[in-house]
Design a protein around this ligand. Structure first.
Ligand code: SF4
Ligand code: SF4
Ligand code: SF4
Length: 328
């Protein structure tokens, strides 16, 4: 168990400095201070754990995820009038993309330099924990919420798995497991399709002043975790020191995840293997400022009106059940 205290934050930072050959970091955090918790992911330090059986951060995250997801019912109800069953329960070992069981994975990016040489970087990918998360704003069942510590958390007890959050997420982060969740207790073929899952910033741990599992597991101190202002200052300082590039401070209006790369993110994005479950690294405008995104999301949802009424029923149904995504 590790507390996010001045001492271990400095320990993390000192390790990072040792590995990167940098000096001069003076930041510190107290996680009980109000404000957004933010992660700096330093791609100068991450080596993808290529010499190990699996990346340590991914293994730690996945173990927690698997333990928290129940087995789906059999057979899984076919959604009507449209909708696709997404069942990953027999593919829990998939590690090369995001799934309901893999909330963090490592993107290997092979980049051709200007001089024709090749450079490989490793990019741990998971939810960005946006400052203004469209996934939480759009959720018709209010199952998705940004907490005061910055964590964007889907309450699996209230989620119907309609995937609106994925539709409006600029990176299409949340992933659906069908055949589980509250929709099975109501009208399983008409409303919902399972539960959406993504990184919750280890909400239960950070609430207790512990580090996220992935941050704690990384043996190269490639992730630094703390208060937004401190982490942003450290990101800017490191980027200036190595001539690096930052991603996440402005994307979608600002996020709680900042990447530092030795090559530009235009080049990273050109080289990255993106697609379902494999997020891009393109520039992203603030998503909710585009009215068309919201409008089309609403129009595309055939159950959204019915959803509000069902949500009330669901709230009654879940009363008395505990939820990890409870209020602050
Ligand atoms: S990255 Fe996507 S899922 Fe995560 S908070 Fe932002 S909009 Fe939501
Ligand atoms: S913060 Fe927790 S849930 Fe999110 S990627 Fe890290 S270990 Fe996984
Ligand atoms: S972040 Fe750390 S644990 Fe994860 S792949 Fe990179 S070096 Fe390994």
């Amino acid at each position: 168990m590790s507390k996010v205290t001045r001492r271990n934050f400095l320990k993390l930072s000192t390790g990072a400095l040792f590995l990167s050959g940098m000096a001069g970091f003076t930041g510190c955090v107290e996680s009980r201070r109000p404000g957004n918790l933010t992660t700096l992911i330093d791609c100068n330090l991450c080596d993808g754990c290529v010499d190990l059986d699996a990346p340590l951060c991914v293994a730690a995250c996945r173990q927690r995820a698997i333990e928290r997801i129940p087995d789906p019912v059999e057979p899984i109800p076919q959604p009507f009038p449209r909708g696709e069953i997404e069942d990953w329960s027999n593919r829990k070992d998939v590690l090369d993309r995001l799934t309901p069981y893999t909330h963090l994975y490592i993107q290997r990016v092979d980049i051709i330099d200007g001089d024709g040489g090749e450079r490989t970087i490793y990019v741990p990918r998971r939810c960005m924990h946006c400052d203004n998360p469209p996934c939480a704003t759009i959720c018709p069942f209010t199952a998705n919420h940004k907490h005061s510590n910055g964590a964007v958390v889907i309450n699996s007890d209230m989620c119907f798995g309609g995937a609106k959050c994925r539709d409006v997420c600029p990176w299409e982060i949340p992933q659906r497991q069908s055949g589980i969740g509250i929709y099975l207790d109501l009208v399983p073929t008409l409303a919902g399709n399972g539960v959406m899952f993504k990184c919750d910033l280890c909400y239960d741990r950070v609430r207790d002043d512990r580090l996220p599992l992935c941050v704690e597991a990384c043996h190269r101190f490639a992730m630094v975790f703390g208060q937004k202002r401190d982490i942003e200052m450290e990101a800017i300082r490191r980027a200036a020191q190595v001539g690096g590039y930052l991603y996440g401070m402005r994307e979608n209006g600002g996020t709680g995840t900042i990447y530092l790369s030795p090559v530009s993110f235009d080049k990273v994005n050109d080289a990255i293997d993106s697609g379902p479950g494999r997020p891009h690294m393109a520039q992203v405008e603030r998503h909710l400022e585009k009215a068309s995104v919201l409008e089309s999301s609403v129009l595309l949802s055939p159950v959204i009106g019915m959803g509000a009424g069902l949500a009330a029923a669901a709230l009654v149904a879940v009363k008395g059940r505990g939820g990890d995504g409870g209020g602050d």
